[in-house]
Design a protein around this ligand. Sequence first.
Ligand SMILES: [Zn+2]
Length: 279
Amino acid sequence: MNPAKTLKLGRNDPCHCGSGRKYKDCHLRIEEEWRSQQLRLRNAQDQLLQRILAKATEAEAAELQTAFDRYWQQRYQFAQLAELNQREGYGADRFMVWFAFDYRRSDGQTLVEQMVHQMQESDLSPLERQLLPTWVNVRLRPYQVERLHPNAGATLRDLLTGEALILADSHASLRLELAEVIVGHLVPVDTPLGRTAPNYYLAGPAAHLTPDTAGPIRTFADVHLEAIRRERPEADWQTLLNERSEIFSHFILILPTDKPDPDRIQNFIAETRQRLLGE
Ligand SMILES: [Zn+2]
């Protein structure tokens, strides 16, 4: 199906599928329904994210504190959570999203996984029920901004898999710069007519890093994956993300804030390699 062609198609033109029938008697209605369903999904994502974050703030203080220490690595005390939005660029909000999507609580599940398992008894809307299971593997990870689409979003390159994704979040895209690295949570939502890959949106704020961090953050991730593969050769990126996505927060914490300092980043990677791989 070619979406560019269907846009120009008049109601009385022959349908693009080659059936020989008029478009209005063939694919028109299916496509209109698809579009309005996708628009409703797009509108449902905010509400679902708010529900997830509300549940995260209701978590037990002990769980939040354990997660906090893993994410911030003793840089901050749990009592400082409220001030981290100021001090660390939405640090409190970024932490809460990580807690909801990535942190495995003492029952072994992430909060999003738990919500999926309890979906039947929940008051989620049908659209939220459709979205939530597709967010289970969403984790904190690095992307690079490859192209900006004015007023429409951006193409991002997943720095781990190399896959290209469409960030359809026009509002979030206004804050993006070409080639910068963003570390955050991208959730799949609607799928435009004629495409198989979904549009992605940012769940909560992302950290914005300068373009020169793209290589080092990938190397840093490679070292961690290599360490896991020594024990479990079959481990992949999702294995690393499921167990240790907080390493990307640790990487952000060592970045210089005033002027570029490539040596500091290289030393940090060398120390990590020494600690994990003994090299
Ligand atoms: Zn047709």
